[in-house]
Design a protein around this ligand. Structure first.
Ligand SMILES: [Zn+2]
Ligand SMILES: [Zn+2]
Length: 317
């Protein structure tokens, strides 16, 4: 989430990988999708030296949730693979310090085998453009039948055919599986959330989940407007769960795991309930532009100093 320490940490994590030959990952089914309680088996949390670099759990037949090991990068982000009839969507490619494509390829192969398919085209898109969410992009640039969506807001808007960024919400069809793409700049300029009609999941990236909601002081209104946008749009959608991209809280309400911790014992679950969205909306409106750190049961508003934001379009070549 915080990209400052990446270069330092990457050199450390490369060493770790060389010493740790365990590259294997395992696919496990999440608990029965009908009951969803608890939603997933325990996630790898950096506590065990023998944990795999990536852990895959299936939410349903066409939805995979993948965690990058905190031992490869303290961010320990979550990635998602959603399958439709016509194409698959990978949301985010990790924080670096490992190769993610072998795991993604294996997930796709596993899905294709179960569905008696030879292959399925892949779209690689991002929750947003912070460095802990796209380090694996390069691995997919030359992959057959694959499109890697760019990192600037204009590139995201062009791909999803959003003509009025960030006000317009569009549908994107994976083939019998429609996603709504909701521009949500604020945490970062190119941020989007996705609502999946099939699972009624809301994929929230770094903008709402059991972690620090980093918001630059100069982006308070942009972020608040985005939360208003997604709240208004999803109000009648019966969102099942909100799935974010990190876990930085403990099981104790409002308690943060120390920043950049090397392991996450007693970690919060990934999913949070939809009620957190109106709760965040109310808190942001109460604060206005004077953001203050504010711990809630399942998220922590975490202001940062004003900083320059990524421009809408990439620089002219
Ligand atoms: Zn971020
Ligand atoms: Zn992040």
């Amino acid at each position: 989430m915080n990209t400052m320490m990446h270069s330092v940490l990457r050199s450390a994590t490369v060493t770790l990988i060389l010493m740790n030959p365990i590259l294997a990952t395992s696919v496990a089914d999440a608990t029965d999708p009908e009951t969803h309680s608890p939603l997933f088996k325990s996630w790898i949390n950096g506590v065990s030296a023998s944990e795999p670099q990536m852990q895959v759990q299936r939410y349903d037949n066409d939805t995979y949730v993948i965690r990058q090991s905190i031992r490869t990068n303290f961010e320990g982000p979550f990635l998602y693979v959603l399958f439709g009839n016509d194409r698959a969507l990978l949301i985010d490619t990790g924080a670096g310090g490992l190769n993610v494509r072998p795991t993604i390829d294996r997930v796709i192969d596993e899905w294709a085998a179960r569905h008696h398919r030879m292959f399925i085209p892949l779209i690689v898109a991002h929750s947003h453009s912070h460095g802990d969410h796209h380090q694996g992009d390069v691995e997919f640039q030359d992959r057959p039948h694959t499109i890697v969506v760019g990192l600037y807001p204009k590139e995201v808007a062009d791909f999803f055919k959003i003509s009025d960024w960030p006000n317009q919400i569009v549908s994107y069809d994976l083939g019998g599986r429609v996603l709504d793409i909701i521009p949500t700049p604020g945490h970062q300029s190119a941020h989007i959330m996705m609502f999946d009609h099939k699972t009624r999941l809301l994929f929230s990236g770094d903008s709402l989940g059991p972690y620090r909601l980093y918001i630059s002081m100069n982006e308070a209104k942009t972020y608040r407007d985005s939360i208003d946008r997604v709240a208004a749009f999803t109000r009648d959608k019966q969102v099942s769960w909100i799935f974010g991209a990190h876990i930085e809280m403990t099981t104790k309400p409002g308690e943060l795991i120390p920043d950049e911790a090397s392991s996450h014992p007693d970690e919060h679950v990934l999913e949070i309930s939809y009620s957190n969205l109106p709760e965040l909306q109310t808190a942001l409106h109460a604060m206005g532009d004077n953001l203050v750190q504010d711990a809630h049961h399942d998220f922590v508003i975490f202001p940062e100093p004003a900083r320059e934001q990524q421009p809408f379009a990439p620089p002219a070549k």
